[in-house]
Ligand binder design. Structure first.
Ligand code: PEP
Length: 253
C-alpha cells in the first residue's frame, strides 16, 4: 500500500505575510487529516516562516527548486544544503522550469542526486507537451524523462522518490486529463520505466502523483485510479477550501 501524497506548488505567489495567513488557516484545516502525506511548497523567501509554523504538525515543507552544487559562485541559486535546512521535499524538473529556465533531463538528474544526498525527497515532474500528446508521443517522452532524469540513482534510495506526472497541456489550463488517461500513462509507461531502472518491486513502492488542473471537484476521479498516489496541485493549492477538499479526497480509504 502506497500512502497518497498531496503537494501544493505555490509557484511565484505569496509574500511572507500572505504565506503566514494562508498557512495559519491551512494548518488548522489539515493538521488532523490522516492517511495522506501533505506537503506545502511556498517560494524560497517564505520557507523559514512556514517551517516555523509547521513545527509540531505532520505537514511537510518543500522547495520548488534547488541547484546541485554545494556552494560557490552561482548567483541567484539555492544549494541542496540550504533547502535541507528547512525542507523535507523538493520539486524538481517542473515543466515551467524546463520550458522557461533551460532545465534539461541531465540537469534534473544532477538535482535529484543532490537532493537525495541531503536526505530530501525529490518530487520529480515529467509530462508531455500538447504537441507531443497530439502526435501520440506521450509514452516516448515520459519514458525518456524518467530514464535520463533518474539515471544512476541508488536503487536502495529509489523507493523514496516521488514522481509527478503532469501533462503540460493540463497545467494551469483548467483542462485536466481524464483519470483514466492519466492512469494509463502511469501503468503503461511511467511504472514500467521505473521498473526498468530499479526493478519491479521498487517501482511498485514509488509514489506517482497526477498534476494538472486538479480541483476539489475532480480530485476523486484521479484518486480512485489504482496507479495514482496523490496530486501535485498548482492553482488550487492557493485556495484554502480547494486544497482542503483535495487533501480530504486523497485521504479517503
Ligand atoms: C503545477 O504547477 O504543478 C500544476 C499542476 O498546476 P495547476 O494545478 O494549476 O494546473
Amino acid at each position: 500500500m502506497r500512502t497518497p501524497i498531496v503537494a501544493g506548488n505555490w509557484k511565484m505567489n505569496k509574500t511572507v505575510e500572505e504565506a503566514r495567513s494562508l498557512v495559519l488557516e491551512m494548518s488548522r484545516n489539515l493538521r488532523d487529516i490522516k492517511g495522506v502525506e501533505i506537503v506545502l511548497c511556498p517560494p524560497f523567501p517564505a520557507l523559514l516562516a512556514v517551517s516555523a509554523m509547521l513545527q509540531g504538525t505532520d505537514i511537510g515543507l518543500g522547495a520548488q527548486n534547488l541547484h546541485w552544487e554545494e556552494k560557490g559562485a552561482f548567483t541567484g541559486e539555492v544549494s541542496p544544503g540550504m533547502v535541507a535546512e528547512f525542507c523535507q521535499y523538493v520539486i524538481i524538473g517542473h515543466s515551467e522550469r524546463r520550458a522557461y529556465f533551460g532545465e534539461t533531463d541531465e540537469k534534473v538528474n544532477r538535482k535529484v542526486h543532490a537532493a537525495l544526498s541531503h536526505g530530501l525527497t525529490p518530487i520529480v515532474c515529467v509530462g508531455e507537451t500538447e504537441n507531443e500528446y497530439e502526435s501520440g508521443r506521450t509514452g516516448e517522452v515520459v519514458r525518456r524523462q524518467i530514464s535520463l532524469g533518474l539515471a544512476n540513482i541508488d536503487p536502495a534510495k529509489a523507493a523514496g522518490l516521488v514522481v509527478a506526472y503532469e501533462p503540460v497541456w493540463a497545467i494551469g489550463t483548467g483542462k485536466a486529463s481524464s483519470g483514466e488517461n492519466a492512469n494509463a500513462v502511469l501503468a503503461d509507461h511511467i511504472r514500467p520505466a521505473l521498473a526498468g531502472l530499479f526493478g519491479a518491486e521498487t517501482a511498485q513502492a514509488i509514489r506517482i502523483q497526477y498534476g494538472g488542473s486538479v480541483t476539489a471537484a475532480n480530485a476523486d476521479e484521479f484518486f480512485s485510479q489504482p496507479e495514482i498516489d496523490g496530486a501535485l496541485v498548482g492553482g488550487a493549492s492557493l485556495k484554502l477550501d480547494e486544497f482542503t477538499g483535495i487533501v480530504k479526497a486523497a485521504a479517503k480509504p
